[in-house]
Design a protein around this ligand. Sequence first.
Ligand SMILES: Nc1ncnc2c1ncn2[C@@H]1O[C@H](COP(=O)(O)OP(=O)(O)O)[C@@H](O)[C@H]1O
Ligand SMILES: [Mg+2]
Length: 436
Amino acid sequence: MSQLISLKGVSKKFILRHHKVSRLKEQIIDFLRGTRYISEEFWALKDITFTVDRGETVGIIGENGSGKSTLLQLLAGILVPDQGKLEVKGKVAPLIELGAGFNPELTGRENIYLNGSILGFKRKEIHHKLKDIIAFSGLQRFIDQPVKNYSSGMYMRLAFSISIHVDPDILLVDEILAVGDLPFQQECFKRIQDFKNKGKTIILVSHDLNTLSTFCDRTLLLHKGELIAQGNTREVIARYVEILGKPDNSEGVKQSISLPGSGEIQRDGPSPQEGKRWGSGEIEITRVTFLDKERKETCQFKTHDPFIARIHYVAHQRIKKPVFGLALISEKDNIQINGPNTRFDNRVIEYLEDRGYVEYIIDRLPLLPGDYWLLVSVWDYECQQVFDAQDRMHKFKVIPGGTPERYGLISIPARWEYYGDQDSEARNRNPLNPES
Ligand SMILES: Nc1ncnc2c1ncn2[C@@H]1O[C@H](COP(=O)(O)OP(=O)(O)O)[C@@H](O)[C@H]1O
Ligand SMILES: [Mg+2]
């Protein structure tokens, strides 16, 4: 088998620049000399060695900040190593950061040409593929609009469509399949599977352990920039889960929830860690879906739309009076917005057996446009034992259009009253009690 990717002792450093703390006079001198910062080296990847053969699908897992994206950027040729030797043979299609390689001012169509040329295609070749790329992206109506007007899901569709149509030898996928609606995600996974069946090479970064188990022949585990395990996907996942379970698994990143709903997410680290799951497992949350008012699956809502989160579970044994809880969390600043649970709502579930689902129903979603995480959990009645908790593994989006309001996080159902100076009768009325 031929080797497409080979890394030997590869390291990558970033230079972090801090403002220097100094006295005014020194600051002025520094300013004149142009040395206002202290620089510090930070090794994001340390001494990485592995190879990938043609036709392999290799997963990469690791906590946030462990170096996964940096590694993919090296493979894509976007970054170069500071030490070691890196060889990549063949055409690489990077499906990495959202919109990487896109120019926001250009239209979707123009970006297809731009992206194609970055990937090494002639204009004529791209021209031939254009129709298919647009068709698969499903963006026919938007293709001549600047991509800065696109939602992250639309970006994703376009990027994915380009990547699979340029027929690369190596496909790099970084996490981004979490964006986009479910049918599209399923289509992406189907295409990745086709790609795999054709004997192509895939490097897949994902927090979704199911995705990794399904696709990857082999998985690498990064921890603080080091490659600490590689091999059988199931074994590597087990090692990863073990690391996540350790209380101090990385600097300052420590999180837990206390009671479902009532509790808040505690964190004392700067970089919140997404995609965390824990619990004793008697009940497992197998799937979470978001539904609109027709009970159709979707990941996009408008403010004030009906919103349903459906939490599917399987109970491995009969469990009396379990409590389901959840929290809505804004992605941008990680603010927990609420924390309801079935017990607060006096919904006593006598017992659970087998499979089923519970629904959390909001008649009018108050959230303003943005991306939101859903934390879901299931507990015993006393809320002492957690059977399964999934922190920031499920995401949905609120898109503009439901309200002109745009400041803060939520739109509270409320109204304005106005009292002119003359209208004394109105002024004496209590708007909260019109009868008085
Ligand atoms: N351009 C950059 N400049 C400085 N530090 C960076 C840069 N890119 C990434 N890092 C740092 O390198 C580390 C690894 O980042 P990354 O590869 O994005 O991790 P992951 O994808 O596993 O979450 C992080 O600590 C991150 O802050
Ligand atoms: Mg990353």
